[in-house]
Design a protein around this ligand. Sequence first.
Ligand SMILES: [Zn+2]
Length: 85
Amino acid sequence: MKWGLSCEETARRISESLDNELPWFQRILLKMHFLMCAACKESARQVLDLHHVFSQISHPAEQNESIHLSLAAKQRIVEELEKHK
Ligand SMILES: [Zn+2]
């Protein structure tokens, strides 16, 4: 029996969630997939971190402090990606 989302569907939902907040049942399906699939959980974390960084960069009217935070986050992502090489 097929239960929950495939990895492909999960990736699509993650990218959709960047533009629109997902309905609660979609979020539950995603969370259930993350419990079973460490790879998708990790890629979601990286995508959401990157999205956060990019949204900070595209709104430079923020205070200096938030720019520093986004740079630190970016550095963390780079380090994280290096680990997975
Ligand atoms: Zn998966």
